[in-house]
Design a protein around this ligand. Structure first.
Ligand SMILES: Nc1nc2c(ncn2[C@@H]2O[C@H](COP(=O)(O)OP(=O)(O)OP(=O)(O)O)[C@@H](O)[C@H]2O)c(=O)[nH]1
Ligand SMILES: [Mg+2]
Length: 472
């Protein structure tokens, strides 16, 4: 290898998914992938950088255009076999007929290993055999990758039979479905195509794994932080005798919900950029619970609340009227205000509204009459927030960067959508961790309850790890 870090050129027939493979392997969604054959016309190098260090390079190349004619030239070449590519390039550099072949051989001529990509959903043809023979004659370490574009047609066995004669290693790698573990397995296979690369590729794999663990730690921190913020959130507003209690309560509740939605949205955004989804919005499948509003009954139902829990939650779905300050200055007593606001406000539990101290926790006088929403009183709220975060995380980590077209999942009957809550399957011990955490976050003694907070963060990280072991 001529460069200090490993370099692999991704070669193949036009439109077989070479660019998609490069995109998924390098986690770069800016690689141009297109249904039109001939999209890639010049080589482009994509370097994987971890913590500011270049780790490995993949070169996206144009597809073979004239493999039979190229093979015919290769078969007439009888000089130094190590120079076959240099000689081919020198002989055809200014011949437009061989322009793509000259271009795609360049990275290999300078020492890159070969990853040959084929579409396993179609049969092997004559051109493919010519391409494979060319690659064999280059003498470079090479691996064949079967990237099947359609699950219903499978010619993998035929491809494997042909590959056996031409390649040092064969792998199935689906650019539209591969996850982190598939990428690691791919690197493991590359190790085996040339002994010389073993130690350096072992270091690459280590760097990938360390980076993945770091992302899990960060994702867990983002999630825990957002949940804590959401549960603790309070909003308040001033009221006076002329205010309509129902309206006042509802506008405050909407502000409260909106702020929590925003906290969730920015946490999703943090996770998305952590996993390097930059260009494309990761669209969620239609059946996903995340298609429903955080505060809708549907969300809580899908996430596994039982009928009784739902009934008990009642209007608490949307937040709790946490406390009311009442100086009776405007002639409407606390009892009256909460009673009217509560009863007319869809049966909410505001009747139990606490009277907050006339000093806010920060010691600032609140002055005047105020109503306050939050912190959230319903322990189920924690599970809802956690479930949604875990579901989003799973969508993101199972979304390969090379995938472009969306799966079209339409018309999923609501009744057939199964409950999606991950937390309903938590063991009793894990639920205890959540319950303790909820209590700690809601109360004022957060600092003293740091063990509860720590235990919860550890739990979230384990859940993230478990999700990355599964396929979506
Ligand atoms: N379903 C499915 N489609 C894929 C897969 N890989 C690639 N495609 C699609 O196949 C088309 C071609 O993919 P590209 O990655 O652009 O192919 P290429 O080999 O780079 O093509 P050229 O640059 O034209 O030589 C695109 O529409 C991709 O979205 C796959 O694993 N599954
Ligand atoms: Mg391409």
């Amino acid at each position: 290898m001529s460069t200090d870090i490993p370099e692999f050129a991704v070669l193949g027939h036009p439109n077989e998914g070479k660019s998609a493979v490069v995109s998924t392997l390098t986690e770069d969604d800016q690689v141009r992938v297109s249904p039109v054959p001939g999209e890639t016309t010049v080589c482009r190098t994509y370097t994987v950088t971890i913590d500011g260090r270049d780790i490995i390079r993949f070169v996206d190349t144009p597809g073979f255009q004239v493999p039979r004619q190229t093979l015919a030239w290769f078969n007439t070449y009888h000089k130094d076999p190590h120079r076959i590519l240099d000689e081919f390039i020198a002989a055809h550099e200014s011949d437009p007929f061989y322009a793509d072949e000259v271009e795609l051989f360049c990275p290999v001529a300078r020492g890159a290993g070969i990853i040959y990509v084929v579409n396993g959903s179609r049969p092997v043809r004559g051109d493919d055999l010519a391409e494979m023979e060319i690659l064999r004659l280059t003498g470079r370490p090479r691996m064949a990758v079967i990237n099947s574009k359609h699950a219903d047609k499978d010619y993998t066995r035929d491809w494997r039979r042909e590959f056996g004669k031409h390649f040092n290693s064969i792998r199935i790698f689906n650019a539209n479905a591969a996850n982190f573990h598939d990428r690691i397995s791919m690197l493991e296979s590359l190790k085996s195509i040339d002994q010389e690369w073993e130690p350096v590729l072992a270091r690459v794999i280590q760097a990938f794994q360390a980076e993945w663990e770091k992302r899990q730690r960060l994702a867990s921190a983002y999630i825990t932080h957002a949940i804590e913020k959401s549960i603790r959130l309070t909003v308040s507003r001033g009221i006076d005798g002329g205010d309509d209690p129902v309206l006042a309560r509802e506008t405050l509740a909407e502000t409260y919900r909106e702020q929590i939605r925003d906290i969730e949205k920015s946490m999703f955004q943090q996770i998305r950029s952590l996993f390097k989804h930059r260009v494309y919005e990761v669209s969620l499948p239609e059946y996903s619970v995340l298609q429903h509003d955080l505060f809708s009954r549907k969300t809580w139902e899908l996430l596994g609340l039982t009928k009784t829990q739902l009934a008990a939650a009642g209007a608490l779905l949307g937040g709790t009227m946490g406390a009311v300050v009442d100086t009776a200055a405007h002639g409407l007593s606390l009892g009256m205000f909460t009673a009217i606001g509560g009863i007319l406000g869809a049966g909410s539990a505001v009747l139990g509204g606490r009277r907050i101290a006339d000093k806010s926790p920060a010691g600032i006088r609140l002055g005047g009459d105020r109503i306050q929403m939050g912190p959230h009183e319903n322990p189920q709220f924690l599970y809802i927030l956690l479930d949604r975060a875990l579901i989003y995380y799973a969508h993101i980590i199972h979304r390969p960067h090379g995938r472009r077209e969306q799966k079209n999942i339409t018309d999923v009957n609501d009744d057939t959508v199964k409950k999606q809550g991950i937390t309903t399957r938590l063991t009793p011990a894990r639920r205890k961790v959540c319950a303790r955490y909820f209590k700690a976050v809601k109360g004022r003694r957060l600092v003293r309850d740091k063990n509860a907070v720590l235990a919860f963060a550890v739990l979230v990280q384990s859940l993230l790890e478990e999700l990355s072991q599964t396929s979506e």
